[in-house]
Design a protein around this ligand. Structure first.
Ligand SMILES: [Zn+2]
Length: 117
């Protein structure tokens, strides 16, 4: 089992990919974290009549901007995976069987064990 440090102390904003050092305090959600700037942007969006963020933000990006974004998305994905593993460890520490963990995630007991052991 990995430790729970990844859950307790996420390092990246899940929305912009900036580090805690770059953006300060992060508010935690279900497997994600958000910085103040991203939360403020979300609040501003909620105050408009716009119902969602741009559906295809890549349309106005050049290839270098897209390539710059890839490692940020990859780092956020790794953080989410780490936090999922930490939450599985919490469930296991509270007595959940691998079968129940697998059922919760829509996978077999064996798949859950292999992924999170
Ligand atoms: Zn952010």
């Amino acid at each position: 089992m990995s430790d729970l440090g990844a859950y307790i102390d996420p390092e990246l904003c899940s929305f912009c990919g900036r580090t805690r050092e770059e953006c300060g305090k992060l508010v935690l959600g279900a497997g994600i974290a958000i910085c103040l700037e991203c939360a403020q942007n979300a609040m501003a969006l909620h105050k408009t009549t716009q119902t969602h963020a741009a559906a295809e933000p890549w349309r106005d990006m050049n290839v270098d901007e897209v390539l710059d974004l890839l490692p940020k998305i990859s780092a956020v994905a790794a953080q989410v995976e780490s936090r999922l593993t930490a939450w599985v460890n919490v469930a296991r520490s509270k007595g959940a069987s691998w079968a129940r963990v697998g059922e919760s995630l829509g996978m077999t007991r064996q798949s859950a064990w292999e992924r999170f052991k």
